[in-house]
Design a protein around this ligand. Sequence first.
Ligand code: HEM
Length: 199
Amino acid sequence: MNGVSRVLKLVSHKYVIWTLLTVPVVWLAYNQKFNQPSPGAFFYWTGVLSGLFAIASLAITPITRTFKSMPGRNWLIRQRRYLGLSAFGYVIAHTAWWAYKAPMQRIMSSFWDPVLTIAWVNLVIYLALALTSNDWSVRKMGPNWKKLQSWTYFGTFLGLLHWFWAMSFPVNDTVLYGGLFILLMLYRVVQRRSSVAGS
Ligand code: HEM
């Protein structure tokens, strides 16, 4: 067994993976309480990490289909679900922090504020995806499960749009992460077209 396989075997255990994916939020909470960073640090980073986990989860299929003989390919495919669930977990932390701090009036008015309306829709989509991410739902829902999963793209699009909009479209983040998302969408469109043409 080579070094890469050994490391992957160790981080294949679901408790190890969950621990690794939870470390950032635990550290952010600790940092917020004891290091007095800017008051919005926890809120900002949980939002950003949710967006990054979502992009990472969407990137796994294109990467593993393009590099068919890469080491750790099967391991990477198995991590897609964990990354997707982490995107949901971090957005819950982001929303909960805000809901805890914000006055009730602001929460009520958020439904009519476009930057936040799209965030709420994003949350509902992620909730549906997270609730049906288990093996039982895959079996029960049959072909509808795949249809529901394709909503990941729209949910992530809304999440990213909300992020960029809330921060007045920062050039670096918008170009880098928005660009990555567009590439992933293009890959999906090309794949779909070639599978329709091939059938
Ligand atoms: C994947 C989904 C999401 C991502 C990537 C994300 C990311 C972000 C980021 C990076 C910011 C800027 C934070 C700052 O200015 O320090 C932000 C702002 C904000 N987010 Fe989210 N967010 C998401 C979903 C949500 C959801 C579901 C809610 C709850 C409804 C929410 C509520 C807010 C609020 C209230 C703001 C501040 C907006 C303002 O100042 O006008 N976000 N979000």
